[in-house]
Design a protein around this ligand. Sequence first.
Ligand SMILES: Cc1cc2nc3c(=O)[nH]c(=O)nc-3n(C[C@H](O)[C@H](O)[C@H](O)COP(=O)(O)OP(=O)(O)OC[C@H]3O[C@@H](n4cnc5c(N)ncnc54)[C@H](O)[C@@H]3O)c2cc1C
Length: 356
Amino acid sequence: MGKEIVLLGAGYGGISFLYTVLSHIPSDVHIHVIDRLSAHTIKPEFYALASGSLNENKVMAPFPQHPRITYIQDEVEEIQVYNHKVIGKSTETHFDQLIVALGSVDNYFNVPWAEEYTHSIQSFAKAMKTRKAVDNLPEDSRVVIIGGGLSAVEFAADLREQHPTLRITLLERSNQVLPTLPERIQQFVRTYLEDSDIEVKTNVGVTLIDDKNIHYSFENKCMPYRLCVWAAGIKPHPVSHALLAYSNADRLNRVVVKENYELPYYENIFVVGDCASSEFAPSAQLSNIQGKQLGQYFLDSWQNKQFVPEPIKLKGVLGYLGKKTGFGMVNNNILLGKIPNVVKSGVLWMHKHHMG
Ligand SMILES: Cc1cc2nc3c(=O)[nH]c(=O)nc-3n(C[C@H](O)[C@H](O)[C@H](O)COP(=O)(O)OP(=O)(O)OC[C@H]3O[C@@H](n4cnc5c(N)ncnc54)[C@H](O)[C@@H]3O)c2cc1C
């Protein structure tokens, strides 16, 4: 009997695996892809879905078609390692080999009621829900964005362009926005946000969120809000936790894997993307490379060749500030203004149209 490969998630890591193996799937191998959505989605643009500057079809690309690839649209709920089964909301799927590429979810860092009262841009459905809520806001409403990282500042700037009458505040825990990027970029972005009438508050640790107020800092200050969007951090998809019995967690709770992305203590289960441990922070770029490398491992094993992974080299970071400007650091060069915006559009366009 041939091999049944089950791929969970066809986002950045999953789709790059698929495109790498697409033209070489052996005749006795079948790939079952389980995703809650019916198309590949471009997660880095979910902030624009939520702000209303992009429509659904702009952040989607069709799945590649092949006679030995089947797509199952379902919500994955559990991996039963010993039974070699994936349990979904309405399906059960047997696997000989399993690839987990389910991405990440919001990390609420145990802040009480944050999950209940905030909106999110972390999944397609949640970004759409946020967009609907934003569209229904009366003029002059206060929107508070919690977090000052890449997705939070991109969302704040785009929301301002789309909704000029909203009062927008961004709360960041550390002493500057984009805390992992160089000071010049931090200053540029902060000035841009403030010049765009976005209030930026740093050194703000949110302690509790109720239905009307965000409570923060040690002095129990609070800020009223009409809509609050949580963009303060991520953690690996909870379905991947079952795999930690056969591996270890890194400091971000990602599953530690071998250099071929297999679990260290269980054969034929592989993890890529935001769920997989790496020396690098989670990103679309990293997931894409990991998916390609895993695809290469499968190609090599189908041809009885030895897999020799290339060292991972990331190009850098690019961020949008609305439709015209942006920031970035590419090959250690700081880019500010129009150029990083155009380069990022090009990178995302290439991803959407030339995934093969
Ligand atoms: C607003 C925003 C902006 C970002 N900007 C950038 C950027 O500029 N550059 C960058 O490099 N990274 C960026 N990122 C991070 C990047 O999007 C992720 O690191 C990357 O998408 C992770 O790839 P992945 O394959 O692990 O998961 P994903 O690409 O998220 O794919 C996961 C797949 O699993 C599916 N799925 C999830 N749960 C289930 C389930 N229970 N059942 C079935 N299917 C499921 C999803 O539908 C999806 O298709 C951004 C993220 C966000 C939210």
